[in-house]
Ligand binder design. Sequence first.
Ligand code: AMP
Length: 326
Amino acid sequence: MKRILTGLKPTGDLTLGNYIGAIKQMTKMQDEYESYIFVADLHALTVPQNPIELKKRIRAFIAMYIACGIDPKKNTIYIQSDIEYIPSISWILECSTYYGEASRMIQFKEKSKENANFSVGLLTYPVLMAADILYADTDLVPVGIDQKQHVELARDIAIRFNKKYGEIFKVPEPLITKSGTKIKDLKDPTKKMSKSDENPAGVISLFDDIKIIRKKIMSATTDSEMNIIYDEEKKPGISNLINIVVSLTGKSINEVETMFKGKNYGEFKSYVADLVVEVIGNIQEKYNKLVNSKELDSILDEGAKKASALAYKKYQTMREKVGVVR
Ligand code: AMP
């Protein structure tokens, strides 16, 4: 079975868009691959963080992924900073990475423009990402197109290192994920529902109170017509709600249109609200049981133990090869 590895940066919120577009896809992949999933908390430090908030969010993120169906029995789940040898591996890799290579990363170029006082970590985090990937002999890294360049850097570093010191690393491949349906903002259905949106009225957070979720859906922007028909151009609001139903139930667009023939927008929205509330309600129930439980700690301890053993082994091999041993 091929090994895949996914890092989750614990920043911002988790939305219905993340659930439909990414997390649900991950729950399918866990049956096809041996999968490693970790909270990339060290990556969050490239920009300033509130320590109390960050600590809370690390636990919340991983508990929410598990509540959404990421199965601890099928996945190795851990917190990046629990794996002590990863930064050491990263350091050796940094010394095998050219400054020119790192500074050519598109994300670095863009993000360093946003704030003149950016950290060195913003430049070097793709190498930390290479360490995250390479220590575990990862075959495939599922990434959106925006992260593809970083996986390519990890490949380049692995190939260079192997050439110089022998076959130490498996050379990983990016797995460009076919993202699920794009869920749009409920208030402005021409743009993506995004966790960084300033107006929370259009964004459903997986952590939102159920009553608020219902309210947000009932006041979603639609159009002045009366028919429930899928037309992304002319009826982006209704089409978005249809997409949500299709994604959560597996019904076809046609089936949804037929179900609501002759019904009004209020009835349709009420159906969508019931559906989303049921799905997120069930997720939240699991989340609430898990987030402060010993069970979550056991899952993370077990994952950390397994990942640490691999990282330790890889680091010792690297030390030998580069000559930093007693
Ligand atoms: P982000 O939260 O933007 O970092 O995205 C994390 C993952 O969730 C990516 O795989 C996105 O494609 C997916 N995602 C985020 N927002 C949406 C959305 N509104 N609809 C569908 N997928 C989304």
